[in-house]
Design a protein around this ligand. Structure first.
Ligand code: GLY
Length: 579
């Protein structure tokens, strides 16, 4: 190949992106993925969206088709999910977004996590020396100031090509005209009826006038939510944080013992943070920094295992799973001490992701026996984190990529809708550590890193991630799953970059979860009984109840093609390739 042409090719390939399906040498290639993996990804030539819910995925795909970039599509998907996937899609919650922009080759972590109100206290929910669970999880006092509207607006205004109004419009139409109830939503609404039915505003939206349930195929309209979306389209984020929506939310709070005031709403800020970066066998990983604990602990685990030949040991073999469990045990022990809001607590991120530290803690793992968690770090109460969150990944033909995870915390948040807004409220403040509060003999209150304080953000596990190969986005992934998120994303990334699986196989293989305390591993079905026997003989303990772990939406970009997959663990998800 002549030198000039080669130079031009490299400039096109690295500088902007490859529009032509070709390998690094410039040779045309058909799509290729390993069919030995037994699962087949969706393939696209000009971009990809992978979302937990189909209607929202289609909206993202339409935006890409008509020339919007990945950030436009991601914001439109985020707003659409607030309508079509009220279990976790939201404008009343918050989350985290990793954005890579191809033009400047920059990557940012957008923190739009909820924030505690100015009057929130560390012992907010303690009554008679005990945490009142109803207050902590199902009252207006469990809600933080929502961040989603500000987060999506910042992303689209700074990194998108469309206006906030344009990316809100599809969601507005869906709320106003309605959409067909799909089976998973019918099931979720039926399951959550006791909670949602107890709130007059939510009951009016999600159940029929006679109290009966909506069935699959019937139309769900959300007129108040449509009005709220319309107000943001007309007046921008001020409608939400300073204007008519803020007034309705805070009036609802004031009338019902809630905490959030107009001053709290106006004080909300989105932060653009430097992602936490790691490397693994030549790949670069950009993931979420605190207040999410997800990124730093995923990188910590990867660092611990980087010098092991896991591939030779075998995927989900006893030897590999033993190392996974012990790495998880250590990471979650550290997480209990160090993770929280960086504005309030000095989090030793650099130490936790340091490769020398990883070597030290890897050296402490015996190869022939399971440790007990008490041997790794002292016991401490950890907050329960709900698995009801949602993740989506988007990539466009220019090489821009978005990895977004957001949530109301529990499915449908605290189940309360702020009167007149159509907006479900989050119960994210339950992600703070709520006990114990009593200072020890030295005056230390344990759980300080993640104790509830005014204007603080609760620790999260959300781990939206972009893995780079040769400085270009290679894998975009993330998952819901509360405290299990970090382990799900870790295993998905390892499946792709350590075990060379195609993205569909990587999303489908059985997963495990260990969180230090309780000293138990959850294991999905599909790992052989022989393997479990070996691990049990080594001293590992397993939860008897089987459950699924996580629900990923992932994209791999390679040689000019986008390969995508949603998790077979979720009903009604969609991955759409743009051609
Ligand atoms: N509420 C779940 C999380 O933030 O990880």
């Amino acid at each position: 190949m002549c030198k000039m042409f080669k130079l031009l090719l490299i400039t096109v390939y690295v500088g902007s992106f490859s529009f032509v399906p070709a390998n690094a040498q410039g040779e045309y290639k058909l799509p290729s993925y390993s069919s030995r993996d037994g699962f087949v990804p969706v393939v696209g030539k000009n971009g990809m969206v992978s979302v937990r819910e189909t209607i929202a995925a289609e909206i993202g795909a339409e935006i890409l088709e008509k020339g919007g970039n990945a950030i436009d599509a991601a914001a439109a998907v985020g707003f659409a999910l607030a309508v079509t996937y009220p279990q976790a899609g939201n404008i009343g919650g918050g989350g985290f977004m990793i954005v890579h922009t191809a033009k400047n080759n920059t990557t940012v972590a957008i923190d739009y996590r909820e924030m505690a109100a100015g009057t929130a206290r560390h012992d907010q929910y303690v009554i008679d020396d005990k945490v009142d669970q109803k207050l902590a999880k199902f009252s207006r006092q469990s809600s933080g100031v929502p961040g989603t509207v500000a987060g999506m607006a910042l992303a689209v205004e700074k990194y998108g090509t469309m206006s906030l109004r344009e990316v809100l419009e599809p969601a507005y139409k869906l709320a106003n005209k309605g959409f067909k109830i799909y089976t998973q939503l019918e099931m979720s609404l039926a399951r959550s009826k006791e909670r949602l039915g107890a709130d007059p505003a939510a009951a009016k939206v999600f159940y029929k006038a006679d109290g009966s349930n909506y069935k699959t195929g019937e139309i769900l309209k959300q007129k108040d939510l449509a009005k709220s979306l319309r107000a943001i389209m007309r007046q921008g984020t001020d409608a939400f944080y300073k204007g008519e929506i803020a007034e309705k939310i805070t009036a609802d709070m004031a009338a019902n013992d809630g905490l959030i005031t107009m001053a709290d709403m106006a004080a909300y800020k989105v932060y653009e943070r430097e992602p936490v970066y790691g490397t693994y066998k030549g790949y670069k990983i950009a993931t979420m920094p605190p207040p999410s604990s997800g990124g730093m602990h995923m990188i910590q685990m990867m660092n611990m295992l980087e010098n092991d030949d896991l591939k030779a040991q075998g995927h989900n073999s006893a030897a590999t799973l033993h190392l996974y469990i012990e790495a998880m045990r250590q990471a979650y022990a550290d997480r209990s001490l160090y993770a929280g809001d960086p504005a309030f607590f000095n989090i030793p991120v650099d130490k936790l992701i340091n490769k020398e530290y990883a070597k030290e803690i890897r050296a402490r793992i015996p190869l022939d026996r399971a440790r007990v968690s008490a041997e790794v770090a002292p016991t401490k109460n950890l907050a329960y984190e709900s698995p009801e969150t949602t993740h989506y990944s988007v990539m466009d033909k220019w090489g821009n990529a978005v990895s977004n995870t957001y949530t109301l915390n529990f499915g449908f948040g605290n189940g309360i809708m702020a009167e007149g807004t159509g907006i479900l409220l989050n119960n994210e403040l339950d992600d703070f550590d709520h006990e114990p509060y009593k200072p020890d003999a030295n005056g230390n209150v344990s759980g300080k890193a993640n104790a509830q304080e005014p204007y603080k953000r609760p620790r999260s596990s959300m781990t939206p991630t972009i893995v780079f190969k040769d400085d270009m986005p290679f894998l975009i992934t993330g998952s819901p799953g509360g405290g299990t998120i970090i382990n799900t994303v870790f295993q998905t990334v390892m499946n792709v970059i350590e075990f060379d699986m195609n993205v569909a196989a990587a999303s489908s293989k059985p997963r495990i979860n260990h969180q230090w305390m309780p000293d138990m591993t959850t294991i999905e079905s599909g790992v052989s009984q022989d393997t479990l026997n070996i691990l049990t003989d080594m001293g590992h303990k397993f939860n008897s109840g089987r459950r699924t772990l996580g629900s990923t939406n992932s994209i791999v970009y390679r040689d000019g093609y986008f390969y995508g997959a949603h998790d077979p663990r979720s009903m009604n998800a969609a991955t759409i390739g743009i051609n």
